[in-house]
Design a protein around this ligand. Structure first.
Ligand code: SAH
Length: 271
């Protein structure tokens, strides 16, 4: 595709691309192809690992949105869409989670600029993988809640952290590491025991920077302070944590030889 840099009659497409959690090879193939095609890329420098930009063409205009306000980001995207066939807004993890995709897409929609979304590996998935953990476990927990503590962004009333945590299922807690003490306190209020396991993953998959802390409600806050982890970390709380070391695990029906599946009849010797 021929990229152009002078104003054109038809605007290009603005793609919201998930950069993945940090490691440059954890962007999707589709996302990296769009980076290679893009005439202009605007990335969130405070969170996206710059090594992901290695997939961009040498001629591509690359800008960091860290110091831009909302109106400036919008103006940048509107302007570049008039000049290039492919413009990328590169966001950390998956672009549909805890970003401002809807806010940024609205003025583009209003201007008639086509918008596309490419999913990414969320830091929730990356944190579980880094820690070698599963987020669901047969008969133990089959539900995962992605949430955060309320802070500047108010939580809807029906989604108070304590009421969500009271389900006892897996919690992937974003944007809350600065307030780990409050997380621990509210987990306690929700009924989690002080010896319940907690995993904190800082900069999951970032080459040479990833750190995994394992603790309990009782000691994880002190561990985080001691390790000076106060940003870009995901908190995992789950009855599934440590499953690989648990002696008595209920096996999943999926691979149970006695349990018939659509593509695999039950083995007669197990009936
Ligand atoms: N859209 C992103 C989340 C953006 S909100 C996603 O899908 O992952 C930013 C928060 O995400 C951070 O405060 C932190 O809680 C989490 N986060 C982002 N990247 C991370 C990483 N590499 N490791 C651990 N947590 C990360």
């Amino acid at each position: 595709m021929q990229e152009t840099s002078s104003p054109r009659r038809l605007p290009g497409t603005v793609w919201f691309v998930g950069a993945g959690p940090g490691a440059p090879d954890l962007i999707t193939v589709r996302g990296s192809r769009l980076l290679a095609q893009a005439g202009a890329i605007l990335y969130t420098g405070s969170l996206v690992a710059e090594t992901v930009l290695q997939w961009a063409a040498p001629t591509c205009e690359i800008a960091d949105s860290k110091s831009l306000d909302h109106a400036q980001v919008t103006a940048w995207l509107l302007d570049r869409a008039q000049r290039h066939d492919t413009v990328v807004r590169l966001q950390t993890g998956d672009p549909t989670l805890y970003g401002v995709l809807a806010e940024l897409a609205r003025p583009l929609d209003a201007a008639g600029i086509p918008v596309g979304i490419v999913p990414g590996v969320s830091s929730a998935m990356a944190a579980a993988a880094a820690a070698g953990e599963c987020l669901t476990l047969p008969e133990i927990t089959q539900t995962v809640i992605f949430t955060r503590l309320s802070e500047r962004t108010q939580m809807p009333e029906r989604e108070s952290f304590v009421s969500l945590a009271a389900h006892g299922c897996t919690l992937c807690i974003f944007l809350s590491i600065e307030r780990i003490e409050a997380v621990v306190e509210q987990l306690g209020q929700a009924g989690w025991a002080t010896d319940a396991p907690v995993v904190v993953v800082h900069k999951a998959t970032w080459p040479d920077e990833e750190r995994v802390l394992r603790g309990t409600l009782a000691d994880i806050a002190a561990q985080c302070r001691a390790a000076q982890i106060d940003r870009q970390a995901l908190i995992l709380v789950s009855p599934a944590l440590g499953a690989r070391a648990q002696p008595a695990l209920t096996p999943s029906k999926l691979y149970d030889a006695a349990f018939p599946r659509r593509f695999r009849p039950a083995r007669p010797d197990t009936a």
